[in-house]
Design a protein around this ligand. Sequence first.
Ligand SMILES: Cc1cc2nc3c(=O)[nH]c(=O)nc-3n(C[C@H](O)[C@H](O)[C@H](O)COP(=O)(O)O)c2cc1C
Length: 488
Amino acid sequence: MSYVSQVIQLLASLFVLALGVGVLAVIVMYIRDKTQIESTVRRNFPVVGRFRFLFEHLGEFFRQYFFAMDREELPFNRAERSWAYRAAKDVDGTIAFGSTRDIRRPGTTLFVNCAYPKLAKELLPAEPVVVGPYCKKPYSTTRFFHISAMSYGAISRPAVQALSAGAKRAGCWLNTGEGGLSPYHLEGGADIVFQLGTAKYGARNDEGELDEDKLREVTAHDEVKMVELKLSQGAKPGKGGILPGAKVTKEIAKIRGIPEHSDSISPNRHPNVKSATDLLDFIAQVRNVSGKPTGIKSVIGAHGWLDELFEEINRRGIESAPDFITVDSGDGGTGAAPMALMDNVGLQIKESLPIVIDRLEHHGLRERIKVVASGKLINPTEVAWALCTGADFVNSARGFMFALGCIQALQCNKNTCPTGITTHDKKLQRGLVPADKAERVYHYHHNMEKEVSTIAHSCGVNEPRLLKPVHCRIVQDNGKSIPMGDLM
Ligand SMILES: Cc1cc2nc3c(=O)[nH]c(=O)nc-3n(C[C@H](O)[C@H](O)[C@H](O)COP(=O)(O)O)c2cc1C
C-alpha cells in the first residue's frame, strides 16, 4: 500500500473514531439531561437545551459587536466607549457627517457657545486649586480630572502599575480605593489619595479599629497627598464589601492588615461614626494624625444629613470641615455588588451634585469644602457638565479602565476579566503591559482635559474651572432647553 493511501486510511479511521466518540457523548448527555432535576429546559429538551446556556454566555460578548446600536448599551454605549478608546490611543478624535446623538432627548446637556470665543493667545494657564488650607500640608493642583478609587485586589497589579505611571505623567491623582496602599500605587511616583474604607484596611488593628500609628506610617509617604474617608459608594450604598478568602493572598493580607485566606467582611458603615459630630471628630483625628487634607466620599440618597453636618461645622468653625466631599453617583461602578443596590439605591450624579452644591452655598461653605464628582463622567461633555454645576474636580474609575483596555465584559466579580484588569489570573494579566497602558492612561487624561478646555473656550471662558451654570442648558420633555440655573 502506498504511503498516501495509508494516510487516507488513518484519517478515515480517526474520523470514524471521532464520530463514534461524538455519538457516545450525545447519548451520555441525553441520558444525563433527561434524568437530572436542576434544569427544566435540559430535562424537556435534552442536548439541544444546552445551546441556550452557550448562546446566553456568548451573547454577552457578541451583542456589542453585532446587534447593539451606537447609543444603546449600558452602562456605557459604544459611542461613549469609542471616545475613551480613541483618546487613550491618541488617534484622531474627530467624527464625520453629523452627530449620532439624539439631542432632543430630555436631560441632554447643551453648552452655550458665545459669539466671540477665546483666541488661542488669550487663553490662561489653569489656576491651582488648594485643598485643605488649614492642615499642615495642604494640597494644590491645576488638574481637574483624576483617577477614582479602585483597590488593589479589585483590580490587578499590572493595572495599578499602569495607573500609577500614567497618573504621574498626566499630573493627576490616583485614589487607592479601600484596599490599602500597595507598593504598586507608589511605584510610578504619582500623587496618591489614600482611601480609608469602613474596614480601615491598611490602617487598622486586629479588631478593625483605626490604628493611628499605621495611619501615620502610611500617610507619611510624600506621594500621599490626601485622605478620603469612604462613607459609601454609588454601586453599593449601605453595604460593606466582602473579600473572599481565596482572594486574600499573603501579599493582599499584609497590605490590608488582615489574616491570610479567610473572608474579610467590611462593615456597612464606619462603626465609630453614627452622627455629624462623630464624623467631624473622625475627620479631625485623621487630619491630625496625617497632617494632610481629609475629605469624605458618599453617594447621596436622603440628604438631610448634609444640613446637619454643615450646621455642626459652622458651630465648630470652618477649620473643622472635611476638606473635600466626593459625590458618587448611584449608578457608579464596583468590582461586585448586589443588583438591587447597584440598580436602584442612591441618586444619580445629575441630581445629587446640584443638591450638594446648593446645600454648601446655603451654609456658606462652598469655598471651604471642595467638591469632587464621579459617576459615568467618562466623556468631555459629562465632565464639562460637572464643572458647570460647580464641581472643582471630576473623578473617573471606569473611564480609566477603558484606557487600560477594558471591553466592558462585565466580569469584574469573577476573576475572569479578559483584559487582565480585574483578575488575579497571571495568564490573563499577561496581556496588560503596564508601560504601554500607562501611555494610554496619560493620553486619555490629556485629551479629556484638552477637549473640556475646548468646550470652555467655545463658551467664551479662559479655562474649564470658569465654566458656570450659565454656560449650560438642559433639554426638557418638550425638546426645548432651559438654563441649567433654573433647575438648581
Ligand atoms: C473595579 C472597581 C473597583 C472600585 N473600588 C472602589 C473602592 O475601593 N472604593 C470606592 O470608594 N469606590 C470604588 N469604586 C467606585 C469608583 O471609585 C467610582 O466611584 C464609581 O465607579 C463611579 O465612577 P465611574 O463611573 O467613572 O466608574 C470602584 C469601581 C470599580 C469599577
